[in-house]
Ligand binder design. Structure first.
Ligand code: UDP
Length: 250
């Protein structure tokens, strides 16, 4: 569904698409206005490495309507290997901008939050309702539940037909879940938002801006969640593969 024009483009990062455009949230508001369903993926180095080992995830990323450069690795790859002036667009920033613009421009949009530990999505929704009372968050659901509750969630989504659905189950669970369940609300914009509900609910904190501005948000995450070190080995692996991949296609 994504279409290029001279202001944007589609690039390949290790064979996966990344769409560059000047204003992602306005593009998504347009999808909402037209009832044009979309699956949005925010791509980082870790996800590209997972996709190398997980064909299902790779296919889902290939087919996504919008793939945004979320991580520092992806941005540096595009900057140095394709000479593109790319700005990082972290998934949580995109989600926040989208909610703010919806409240200003399309407050009737029906929104649903799904994911996180018990109570986290509710608290995140309360945070947003307090900040922007005119947002229409019509439901929330935690990300840990039984198969029976999952069926109930699917029924709820079918019945409510939210137009914007944030799914925060972590990678790749959220991407696989969206691909499997997108048909329930075909006109909705579905966005995998990782741990955003944890941040909005106050359970976790984002890196200070001086770290984020220097592409070092990952270092802060490692400091906050040291158990991530193994997952983060994907970063040097990504850098190495990126150079090899580029050399082979020159
Ligand atoms: N999560 C969930 N259900 C699960 C596993 C994880 O709701 O079965 C939630 C978890 O509580 C957290 C989010 O998924 O809020 C994952 O956040 P993380 O920051 O790890 O996301 P990633 O780095 O993978 O984008």
């Amino acid at each position: 569904m994504y279409k290029s024009n001279e202001k944007n483009g589609k690039f390949s990062v290790l064979g996966l698409p990344v769409h560059l455009m000047s204003n992602y949230s306005q593009w998504l508001l347009e999808c909402l206005r037209k009832d044009q369903g979309a699956h949005v993926i925010t791509l980082n180095a870790e996800m590209t490495m997972q996709a190398e080992k997980n064909q299902f995830l790779a296919k889902i990323i290939q087919k996504a309507d919008l793939v945004v450069p979320d991580g520092a690795g992806v941005v540096l790859y595009l900057r140095y290997l394709f000479r593109q002036t790319v700005k990082r667009c972290p998934g949580i920033d995109l989600a926040e901008k989208l909610l703010q613009e919806i409240s200003q421009q399309q407050p009737e949009t029906k929104i649903f939050f799904y994911g996180g530990a018990t109570g986290v999505a509710v608290t995140a929704a309360e945070f947003w309702q307090h900040k922007t009372p005119n947002l229409k968050i019509i439901g929330t659901h935690s990300g840990y539940h039984s198969p029976e509750q999952e069926i109930k969630l699917q029924q709820t989504l079918t019945q409510l037909q939210p137009q914007l659905i944030f799914v925060g189950l972590g990678v790749p669970r959220q991407e696989l879940w969206i691909a499997e369940n997108r048909h329930l609300c075909p006109q909705a914009v579905w966005v995998g938002v990782g741990g955003s509900f944890d941040i909005w609910s106050g359970r976790k904190h984002r890196a200070p801006s001086w770290l984020a501005n220097n592409n070092l948000e990952w270092l802060y995450r490692l400091y906050q969640e040291p158990w991530r070190w193994r997952r983060m080995l994907a970063l040097p692996e990504f850098v190495l593969k990126a150079f090899i991949y580029r050399l082979t296609i020159i």
